[in-house]
Design a protein around this ligand. Structure first.
Ligand code: NAP
Length: 293
């Protein structure tokens, strides 16, 4: 059996098309959703992410603002920029691209963004809301994972889910979301100190890889007919190719796809979903601001 490939490129396109239609209707009611992105420094990967976010905004019809600051920016200067966007009623979402230069404390910056504009869903207030099942925003990558499972046609209720990785960006919020009453999964979150990790994976109905270890999840770690979602993005050498490297996930795709019921590819799986979910959060923020004013 070869697995169904759940394409993040296709699902994210569907989502963006749905949002595009919604934005037309919102604009007809006099609202223009707006996302502000702040980029500090010259990190090449961050520049690409910011560009992709801008392109997604353009596609959907969301206004996008951008502030580019030098790597020498002080914490106080960055806080001032955030304060400006916090106070600007025409801005609905604020995103500060990570990583920040080492001298700027990330937590201080992320907590300065107003929770109602925190479209990355990194503010402890919004994280806390998820824990008690009162969701405003969902963190983008975990929300993308769940959307792929749902739109791939798979249920989470009553399923045993193993998540590899417990980071605050992926594993932990995903676990928090999947065992809520609307998802009803039974979740095991694994990390470097987990015992019998291989056996736990092999018993799961759904395996989610988010550890940043190239092709770590092999076929013998996956149950026949499991759903496998690969969050990992790892750069590995590929001599003889144009770039000299390629991107692979945390799952050994070629062997696992022969055993799983469904699997997401890397690239083209969870990656494109992250931006789509950011756009969704921006629309949520805009609607909350507009209809509650
Ligand atoms: P991270 O902060 O480095 O966390 C990695 C987690 O994996 C940690 O909890 C670590 O355990 C665990 N881990 C590492 N090696 C392990 C092993 N051999 N066995 C069991 N657990 C192990 O990483 P992250 O930010 O969550 O990212 C994870 C991967 O997802 C990376 O490849 C990243 O590029 C990718 N990612 C993709 C997207 C996307 O949009 N598709 C978004 C974010 C991240 P300990 O806690 O014990 O150290």
């Amino acid at each position: 059996m070869s697995a169904k490939i759940i394409s993040g490129n296709e699902v994210s396109k569907q989502l963006k098309d749905e949002m595009k239609e919604e934005v037309v209707k919102l604009k007809a009611q006099g609202m223009e959703p707006c996302l502000s992105v702040i980029l500090v420094g010259e990190d090449p990967a961050s520049k690409v992410y910011v560009l992709n976010k801008k392109k997604a905004c353009e596609y959907i019809g969301i206004k996008s603002l951008e502030t580019r600051l030098p790597a020498t920016t002080t914490t106080e200067e960055l806080l001032k920029v955030i304060e400006g966007y916090n106070n600007d009623k025409t801005v609905h979402g604020i995103l500060c691209q990570l990583p920040l230069p080492k001298h700027i404390p990330e937590t201080k910056i992320l907590r300065a963004i107003l929770p109602e504009k925190d479209v990355d869903c990194f503010h402890p207030f919004n994280v806390g809301l998820i824990s008690i099942g009162e969701v405003r925003f969902l963190p983008c990558t975990p929300a993308g994972v769940i959307e792929l499972i749902k739109r791939g046609g798979f249920e989470t209720a009553g399923k045993d889910v193993v998540i590899l990785g417990r980071s605050n960006i992926v594993g932990r919020p995903l676990s928090n979301m999947l065992d809520q009453r609307d998802m009803n999964a039974t979740v095991t979150m694994c990390h470097t100190k987990t015992k019998n990790l291989k056996e736990r994976c092999a018993a799961a109905d759904i395996v989610i890889g988010a550890i940043g270890r190239p092709e770590y999840v092999k076929a013998d770690m996956v149950k026949e007919g499991a759903v496998v979602i690969d969050v990992g993005i790892n750069r590995v050498d590929a001599p003889g190719t144009e770039k000299g490297f390629k991107l692979v996930g945390d799952v050994a795709f070629d062997e696992v796809k022969e055993k799983a019921a469904a699997i997401t590819p890397v690239p083209g799986g969870v990656g494109p979903m992250t931006i789509a979910m950011l756009m969704k959060n921006t629309l949520t923020a805009a609607k909350e601001a507009f209809f509650k004013k």
